[in-house]
Design a protein. Structure first.
Length: 290
């Protein structure tokens, strides 16, 4: 499946043969479109894919399962971001490990939807139906589409990630700063706090300035359309030193998202950015990798 941004599919299966039957059509479409196709699966499933694809298997890369970080692992988002290419789309299929934490997996999958939505990636996340019921529920909840033998299908169980998500410290890092600001009146303090946390996370020089500008522009976007009434904003910054800096600005949603790319002033200064409107609130999320 091709397109300008992320396509995030879940695949529920009963074993290698069922997995391959449900995925092979999507894999063939990706190969025909010229995608970089990576199937990160165990040896038995590799053999099943090779049998199903025949000569087309020569166009597929089969990295070892150890190269695939699960959604619950620190560094997962950076790994996913690293799959994206500037010259063509990438399709990656991976398997849920049975030992994965369901809550952390859910947050990791939600994070993909929230901050990596504009990357030219197709992700196919495979979960056996006999795994932990909580893990199976995460797979059903976090994927807008399901891969089936008949092709991608809308997933009625998908739930848009909420504005406020539980945030495992292992994924985003502990809360390094949290402050309330009155619209754009206190942006100088926002910039100071972001610069302080960015420096402690391992960013230097221009990278610190870029992180500051990204959050500044995110705060301006969160305020947009609120005049003449001040917009109370909440800024939360989480950091994993040497890895990531995650900032979220939340304020009231008082105007529709403008036409075009509303994040065009944010993206040049960060690794990923996303805007999420729900229940009268607007959240702008910014991710910077160290």
């Amino acid at each position: 499946m091709t397109g300008p941004g992320l396509v995030h599919l879940g695949l529920l299966h009963d074993g290698p043969d069922d997995l391959v039957d449900s995925a092979v059509g999507e894999v063939r479409r990706a190969l025909e479109a010229g995608d970089d196709v990576r199937l990160i699966v165990d040896r038995r499933t590799v053999r099943a894919f090779r049998d199903a694809l025949g000569d087309d298997a020569e166009g597929v890369t089969f990295p070892p399962p150890s190269s695939m970080l699960p959604p619950s692992a620190p560094g997962f988002l950076a790994t996913v971001q690293g799959w994206a290419r500037s010259d063509r789309r990438t399709t990656v299929l991976g398997q849920y490990p049975s030992t994965m934490s369901a809550p952390d997996c859910g947050f990791g999958e939600d994070a993909v939807n929230l901050v990596l939505g504009d990357l030219p990636l197709t992700l196919i996340c495979c979960c056996r139906r006999d795994l932990d019921p909580d893990l199976l529920a995460v797979a059903r909840r976090t994927h807008p589409l399901l891969a089936t033998t008949a092709g991608p299908a809308d997933n009625a169980d998908y739930r848009t990630p909420p504005t406020a998500s539980p945030t495992p410290a292992a994924l985003w890092g502990t809360v390094a700063a949290r402050l309330e600001v009155d619209g754009t009146e206190d942006l100088a303090e926002v910039r100071r706090r972001v610069a302080d946390v960015a420096g402690r996370a391992g960013l230097e020089g221009d990278a610190v300035r870029a992180a500051v500008l990204a959050v500044h522009e995110a705060a301006v976007l969160a305020c947009r359309g609120s005049d003449p009434e001040p917009a109370g904003l909440t800024l939360e910054i989480r950091a994993r030193p040497g890895s990531t800096l995650f900032s979220e600005v939340v304020g009231p949603r008082r105007a529709p998202v403008p036409d075009g790319d509303p994040l065009s002033h944010v993206r040049p200064f960060c690794s990923c950015a996303a805007l999420h409107d729900a229940a009268g609130r607007r959240a702008v999320r910014v991710l910077t990798t160290v």
